[in-house]
Design a protein around this ligand. Structure first.
Ligand code: SAH
Ligand code: SF4
Ligand code: F3S
Length: 435
């Protein structure tokens, strides 16, 4: 056994990166690294990065700038860049940032121990392949001790949809589904380690085809695991919401009543220019069908404003769709041109116009979120407690609808599902009392 070295991982971007960071820590754990929460104490710092918008990618370079003094104090400190910026700009990072020792893409991090060996031998270590082998089969078994009652589990990776604005098909590669039996094994292992809730992840998770019954079939199999109480999935594409998955929202009690289903825009013209391959009307009808299966479903979405060519009328169509659908929660972004994507060639909407639209949309979405939160007051919900709150004696957990809920409860309730009566609501969380 090699001596213990300390690893600090900083994670940016989506849940898939959160999952990957955990797996990278495990891969390096087999190489003698244990995780530290203190960056200045680390022998290795790994930035797991996101390339989705310009701001996200810029964060990496400013963080690298902040790491320079640490490396001056400790020349043995190793610095690695992983994730989607590594995939998109790895060679450039290596060239421009001499303090970076290692670059590894999202599909090759199972090779981290080999890359570390190269680093230790003073060789350049860059791996951004899209390899043939399944990285999950080459990663060490997930043996870290108890890790809290909720977990992410990646079941599908990559994207073949090529929305005109999006880098994901380039940074994550083609759509691949993991075989169902391997997912079942990983899920059972998580449950033996105290996990009660699993969120299935994929860039297009509902395009999952590693099970004959698709994602709904996989969810049914997972629901049969004793001790696993809650199942969620994210992120879905409207065109891949098949009948079985819609029905599962009504019939599978372990599938939680929350759905993140991005539409991006309410204008058919813009949807077409974005290459989303559906209309606003089809999305609205789809939502109606899902709500028929599960009337209390909390709906979430993503929106982009200021996509090239977006007129005032196109934006009003988005506002109208939002009013029509009513979201419990949603994310909205100003369009950010990304190198290599088709939309980046087009002329941008003036920045002040896009900013103004973003503010208007966010005001509407916040109002809807607030209404949804307020409507919870007085209701009794099941809460899975995850950790201690900031106030002594208080725990924080999630409702089935994914609200953050605070309540006074004994520490022994962490990992348990309890009935909580909601007494107070603010925009981002709820407070309640055990019943
Ligand atoms: N696979 C998911 C989304 C992945 S990216 C899906 O298809 O819905 C998460 C969100 O980031 C997207 O839904 C979109 O709203 C936003 N996004 C992606 N590229 C963007 C860009 N170039 N500018 C602004 N927002 C973007
Ligand atoms: Fe990006 Fe579109 Fe794929 Fe989502 S479906 S990851 S937005 S290309
Ligand atoms: Fe970002 Fe890559 Fe996820 S670009 S959103 S970390 S897939």
């Amino acid at each position: 056994m090699a001596e213990t070295k300390k690893l600090f991982i900083k994670t940016y971007g989506c849940q898939m990166n959160v999952y990957d960071s955990e797996r990278m820590a495990e891969a390096l754990g087999a190489d003698g690294y244990t995780e530290t929460k203190d960056m200045s104490d680390a022998d290795m710092i790994l930035l797991n990065t996101c390339h989705i918008r310009e701001k996200a990618a810029e964060k990496v370079y400013s963080e690298l700038g902040r790491l320079r003094p640490l490396k001056e104090v400790n020349p043995d400190l190793k610095i690695g860049v992983a994730g989607c910026v590594a995939q998109a700009e790895g060679e450039e990072i290596m060239r421009r940032q001499p303090l970076v020792d290692l670059v590894v893409g999202p599909q090759t991090y199972h090779r981290l121990p080999d890359l570390m060996a190269k680093v230790n031998a003073g060789q350049p270590a860059l791996d951004t392949d899209f390899p043939e082998e399944d990285k999950f089969e080459h990663l060490p078994k997930r043996v870290l001790p108890n890790r809290g009652p909720t977990a992410f589990l990646t079941v599908q990776e990559g994207c073949d949809k090529f929305c005109a604005f999006c880098v994901v098909p380039y940074t994550r590669g083609a759509e691949v589904s993991r075989p169902a039996e391997r997912i079942m094994k990983e899920a059972k292992n998580l449950v033996t380690r105290g996990v009660r809730e699993i969120t299935l992840l994929g860039q297009n998770v509902n395009a999952y085809h590693g099970h004959a019954g698709g994602l709904a079939g996989l969810i049914d199999d997972l629901a049969a695991i004793d001790g696993l109480e809650r199942i969620r999935f994210t992120t879905s594409h409207p065109n891949d919401m098949d009948d079985a998955l819609i029905e599962a929202h009504g019939t599978q009690p372990k599938l939680m009543p929350y759905l993140h289903l991005p539409v991006q825009s309410g204008s058919d013209r813009i949807l077409k220019a974005m290459n989303r391959k559906h209309t606003a009307d089809r999305y609205i009808k789809l939502i109606a069908r899902i709500r028929e299966a599960r009337p209390d479903l909390l709906l979430s979405g993503d929106f982009i404003v200021g996509f090239p060519g977006e007129t005032d009328q196109d934006f009003e169509d988005t506002m109208a769709l939002v009013r029509d659908v009513h979201y419990g929660q949603a994310y909205s972004f100003k369009y950010s041109p990304r190198p290599g994507t088709p939309a980046a060639e087009k002329e941008n909407v003036p920045d002040d116009v896009a900013t103004d639209r973003l503010h208007r949309l966010q005001a509407l979405l916040t109002q809807q979120q607030r209404e949804t939160q307020d409507s919870m007051v007085g209701r009794i919900v099941d809460v899975l407690f995850e950790k201690k709150g900031r106030i002594d004696g208080q725990l924080i957990g999630k409702s089935g609808y994914l609200h953050a809920v605070h309540a006074e409860a004994p520490d022994s309730d962490i990992g348990q599902i309890r009935k909580v009566k909601i007494t107070n609501a603010v925009t981002n969380s709820l407070a309640g009392e055990l019943v």
